[in-house]
Ligand binder design. Sequence first.
Ligand SMILES: [Zn+2]
Length: 356
Amino acid sequence: MKRPGIKVWLTGMIICVLLSASLAYVLFGVQWPVGSNVPYYINPNTADVTDEVWAVYYAAETWSQINPAGLRLSYSGPTSETSDSLNDSNNIFWRNDGDSGSLAYARFWYWTSNNIIFETNMVFNDYYNWSTSGGYPDIETVALHEFGHWVGLDHSSSGIMTPNYDGIQRSIDSDARAGFGEMYGMQIYKLEVISGAGGTTIPSPGVYTYYGGDEVIVEAIPETYNCFYKWGEAYQGKENPIVITMNANKVIFADFRFINEPIGVSGERALNRSLSQAEYINILSWQTNPINFEITISNYKIFQVHNGKRNLIVELNANTFEYRHRNVQENTAYTYEIVAINSDGREGRPAKIVVE
Ligand SMILES: [Zn+2]
């Protein structure tokens, strides 16, 4: 089939000379129609790894989540294609192009009448030993760059669209995203951060707006005697802080727990007499507080309070429920605080006891 008014752009990674000293994104001036869903096919024909489809897919999804309504790249299945030709299919495959210095290239065809792209290909140079596990060159990083060309971005001097391989980069920098946004619009999402009793969050509880693809760090900050328990709403994890990728409106809830003091606390003074000397010992004992059942208690700390100051005298594991404080003074009152410590090192409310 003859296509009138077609032009082809060919662009590669690494081999290219910097086109601009500007830090800002550079557009080719050609793009897909806004609202396009661009199907692509992958030939997983490199012998270097077994999960190349996933690496390419993740890169495509990273672009797609900026504004799915503006432009989506959709994996549509495998292909056996190894020819970089105009064939009504957006193909991605590996081919050994030798020691050319170029890791990969993207090609796209567009109509000169309206600067609309209608077909693309992506070719990885299988001369290189590709990696998905952190080695050089990283498939996802290079695919992210080449997809940048597919959507209409030229090289820039920083970020994912820099022509030089600069280590692993699997997310799109704000500059490249702004370039995408100029062509296809930016999706805005809301993040609602809610905090339960016993703590707060950074950013503080409230509703925030972000662009699609933004990564937001939310940290739970427990108050005194409290610990972070888990995230709620859309998240179930206990990781803190957490990174949220904004690809939808989201609500996150920080759930805290109060760390209660040990119960059954008692203390008594004993005299340990041997032939030559006498030693007074304060024997402290306590029990697990069952109210703390949702909290992992990993330690107990025992403090001695003297003249209004608190000094740590011992740290014990969570299976210990007795402590012998030796060589104490006769006729002197000792004030202690026994504190449960959770697995994050958070201190609970102390149980106080005086032994005299
Ligand atoms: Zn490039």
